[in-house]
Design a protein around this ligand. Sequence first.
Ligand SMILES: Nc1ncnc2c1ncn2[C@@H]1O[C@H](COP(=O)(O)OP(=O)(O)OP(=O)(O)O)[C@@H](O)[C@H]1O
Length: 255
Amino acid sequence: MIQLDGVSRTFSGRRGTVQALSGIDLQVDEGEFVAVVGRSGCGKSTLLRLVAGLLEPTGGKVRVNATRREIAMQFQRPALLPWRNVLSNVLFPVEIFGWKRKQHVAKARELLDTAGLAGFEKQMPHELSGGMQQRVSLCRALIQRPKVMLMDEPFSALDALTREELTVELQRIHARERTTTIFVTHSIDEAVLLADRVVVLSPRPGRIAEIVEIGVPRPRSLGQNEHTEELARCSARLHELLMQNTDETITQPAG
Ligand SMILES: Nc1ncnc2c1ncn2[C@@H]1O[C@H](COP(=O)(O)OP(=O)(O)OP(=O)(O)O)[C@@H](O)[C@H]1O
């Protein structure tokens, strides 16, 4: 579904040239959930923007088996329209694409239901908590039945418990919708709970340090269960990989 071959991306600006990504080879299959982790500035958002077609690579090739319309993005902020209620927010892409609203109301309600928002259709965004707003935003992204979902730290502005709750919900939604997903996060917990594979990027320039397979059966949880040890092993491996480049990332002040 998504294929990156030898992809690199350089930015040139007044302060010189930054190589954000170098030599990225990655294949994401249909229905797969891939998380991308890495230290700040290692090129995670750049990778998503390349897949979204918002940026061109300076080297290599990005292939995505989906049109622009079939790619949905979700960011840290839910960006709901404040004057529209929950249901109208979810149906917003339907209007933008000029589809028939009536034909999508049932799907919108079903998505809200799966996201734990049944009964909140008429509420306005300001009446919802941050976590609920992010769920509405997720439903809005899914209403367009995307083939590819690109998520850039979607839960990072939320408190720890809400994050965990949403992670569990996203697992359920993904099990149902099977949308091919790339999920950028700083959270090892989110990565191991959600992903089939976790891509670890190392910084300067961003390269793939390792891809860690998470073979733990779903549904996964951080609570004590028969897979606790296996999840802990995956988390420990990711932690080691992320800490490996600590010294290199301490930059000297200029001059
Ligand atoms: N439009 C741009 N112009 C110049 N440099 C850029 C641009 N976009 C990104 N960069 C640089 O590319 C590198 C990677 O940035 P990117 O935002 O992809 O990292 P990230 O891993 O998503 O960071 P964070 O975890 O902090 O969000 C950084 O050094 C950044 O300063």
